[in-house]
Design a protein around this ligand. Structure first.
Ligand SMILES: O=C(O)CCC(=O)C(=O)O
Length: 275
C-alpha cells in the first residue's frame, strides 16, 4: 500500500506527525519568547503560559500565523483560517507537571466542534522528558462531558481530567518530536503526557485552528480569537486585531518589520469584523 496522505493518516489514527516544519532560528526565538513570558509572569507556571497572555503579543501571533503552519492547516480546514486558542506547555527539568488524560473537546466552547490542534515541538520531546501520548483510534469516541472528569493532584497541570480506568495505557503511542516538528491531533482523541523528571526542558506550543465560521460560544472577550487567513466573517466571535510589535507589549523579533506590515494589511482587510 502507498504512503497515506496527512489527511488519510489523521482520519485513520486521529493524529499525524509532520517533520521539520519550522526552522531552527524561529524555534530559538520561540524558546526566548518563553523565557520572556516567564520573566513577565513570575506567578504563572511555565506549563500554563496560555492565550490569556496573547492578545497584545506580536511574536506569539506572528508565530502561529507562520505560512508553513497555515499551509498545512488549510489542507484540513480550508482557506478561511482563524485561531481559537494557543498555549505554551513548557515543562521544566525535574519538576515539569503532567498533562493528565483528556479529550480537548470536553473543555471547549465551540460550535460546531470543527477544530484542529497543532503541537509545535521546541525541544527533543520524548518519553524521558514527558512527550505527548495519544491513543490512536479514540478520535471516534464521543466526547466525555467535563462534568464527568475527576480531580487531579498537584503534579498535574490540569485540575480535572478523565478517570484513568477509561484508558488502556498499553495502546498509547509516544509522539517523539524534534525541535521544529509538529504533531496534529483531533479534538476527541484521548491524549496526555507524563511529568518531566529528566534534566532537559520539554517545551511545546499548542495551536488550535478553526475555520472562521466556527463559533466560540464562551463569554467575550476571547483573548486569542484572530482571523489569520482568508475572508473571515462576522459570526459574533469578537475577533481581535492582530497585534503589532511594540516594546511595551511584545518581545523584539527578527522579522518584526515585515510582520507589522502584514498585520496592518490583514487588519485593514478584516476591519469590518474586528473588535
Ligand atoms: O503538552 C502536552 O503535554 C499536552 C498537550 C495537549 O494536551 C494538547 O495540545 O491538547
Amino acid at each position: 500500500m502507498g504512503k497515506l496522505s496527512l489527511i488519510d493518516q489523521y482520519a485513520k489514527d486521529g493524529y499525524v506527525i509532520v517533520r521539520d516544519v519550522i526552522d531552527q532560528d524561529l524555534v530559538a526565538e520561540a524558546r526566548s519568547h518563553i523565557e520572556w513570558l516567564i520573566e513577565k509572569n513570575p506567578d504563572t507556571r511555565p506549563e500554563n503560559l496560555d492565550h490569556h497572555l496573547m492578545t497584545q503579543d506580536a511574536f506569539w501571533v506572528r508565530l502561529i500565523s507562520d505560512d508553513r503552519l497555515l499551509d498545512i492547516a488549510q489542507e484540513f480546514i480550508g482557506n478561511d483560517i482563524a485561531l481559537f486558542a494557543s498555549h505554551y506547555i513548557a515543562k521544566p527539568p525535574h519538576s515539569g507537571k503532567s498533562v493528565p488524560w483528556h479529550q480537548d473537546g470536553s473543555y471547549w466552547p465551540l460550535e460546531p466542534m470543527q477544530v484542529i490542534t497543532f503541537w509545535l515541538s521546541l525541544d527533543l520531546s520524548n518519553e524521558e522528558n514527558g512527550c505527548m501520548k495519544v491513543i490512536p483510534g479514540t478520535q471516534h469516541k464521543k466526547l466525555i462531558s467535563k462534568s464527568k472528569y475527576v480531580k487531579q493532584d498537584e503534579n498535574s497541570a490540569f485540575d480535572v481530567a478523565m478517570d484513568r480506568s477509561l484508558i488502556d495505557e498499553e495502546d498509547a503511542v509516544n509522539l517523539v518530536l524534534n525541535p521544529g516538528d509538529i504533531s496534529i491531533h483531533h479534538p476527541n482523541i484521548f491524549h496526555g503526557s507524563m511529568m518531566n523528571r529528566s534534566d532537559r526542558w520539554r517545551r511545546g506550543l499548542t495551536i488550535r485552528y478553526i475555520p472562521s465560521t466556527t463559533r466560540i460560544t464562551s463569554a467575550k472577550p476571547h483573548f486569542s480569537a484572530f482571523i489569520l487567513r482568508g475572508e473571515g466573517c462576522d459570526n459574533g466571535n469578537g475577533w481581535n486585531k492582530l497585534p503589532l510589535q511594540q516594546d511595551e507589549t511584545s518581545m523584539r523579533f527578527a522579522d518584526q518589520e515585515r510582520w507589522n506590515l502584514d498585520a496592518t494589511k490583514l487588519n485593514k482587510r478584516h476591519q469590518n469584523y474586528l473588535n
